[in-house]
Design a protein around this ligand. Structure first.
Ligand SMILES: N[C@@H](CCC(=O)N[C@@H](CS)C(=O)NCC(=O)O)C(=O)O
Length: 227
């Protein structure tokens, strides 16, 4: 069967170590959209990347039939709306449910992601405090999503029907084995619900395909921490 995407050109400018880019790869794979990966060396950004994302100059950028879309959450929504009859819907139909998902997705990128950087950048007591902060912020996410979506957590319960928050959790927490090998921050006792959510997602073959191989990832984290 010929799908609408077969005639389309979809380019993804990205770099494999970036969780933001892995989100987009996972979304494209879930929808079954063929794409070409345009690997970027962020120390030497290509002219095309600067042309397509002149404001932030960051990856990921999705270029669909020549039209660029930047910022990972915006790209996820674009994919969901453009290929709305293909694969799972990432966002619910109901506007209020959608607003709540967007709220927690925003919290994830504004709070959870950034609280990970100090964990990576510090050592000793400072690092212990940074980890406590990270767990505290994750707990707010766990409790808030549980309250806002009663009886629905963890969202993912098998199959390929991943939603918006599943994609964020799968691509940021799905690499927990590699990260824990270097730094034990994804702690089952501290953030049990998020960890069981991430583990459930790792049971999905498309998630496994999208996230980087553990050994390659461990080497990249070690290199990053030693720089
Ligand atoms: N808010 C952006 C963040 C993307 C981002 O931070 N990308 C990083 C790679 S992980 C990047 O391109 N950094 C290059 C730079 O800052 O110059 C998104 O969600 O897409």
């Amino acid at each position: 069967m010929e799908r609408s995407s077969d005639k389309e050109e979809v380019l993804l400018f990205g770099t494999w170590t970036s969780g933001y880019c892995i989100r987009i790869e996972l979304a494209l794979k879930l929808k079954g959209i063929p794409y070409k990966y345009m690997n970027e060396d962020l120390s030497k950004k290509s002219d095309l990347l600067l042309k397509y994302n002149p404001i932030h100059k960051k990856v990921p950028v999705l270029v669909h039939n020549g039209k660029p879309v930047a910022e990972s959450q915006i790209i996820l929504e674009y994919i969901d709306e453009t290929w709305n009859t293909q694969g799972p819907r990432f966002l619910p139909e109901d506007p209020y449910e959608r607003a709540k998902i967007r709220f927690w997705a925003n919290y994830f990128d504004q709070k959870v992601g950034p609280s990970m950087y100090p964990v990576m950048a510090t050592r000793g007591d400072e690092q212990v405090r940074a980890m406590e902060d990270f767990w505290g912020i994750c707990k707010v996410f766990e409790q808030g999503t549980k309250k806002d979506f009663p009886g629905k957590l963890p969202f993912y319960n098998g199959g390929d029907n991943l939603g918006f928050l599943d994609i964020l959790v799968a691509t940021s927490f799905g690499t927990y084995e590699a990260i824990n090998e270097v730094l034990h921050v994804f702690h089952e006792e501290k953030i049990p619900e998020l960890m069981s959510w991430a583990k459930a997602l790792k049971g999905n073959p498309i998630v496994i395909e999208a996230i980087p191989p553990k050994d390659k990832h461990i080497a990249a984290i070690r290199k990053y921490l030693n720089k």
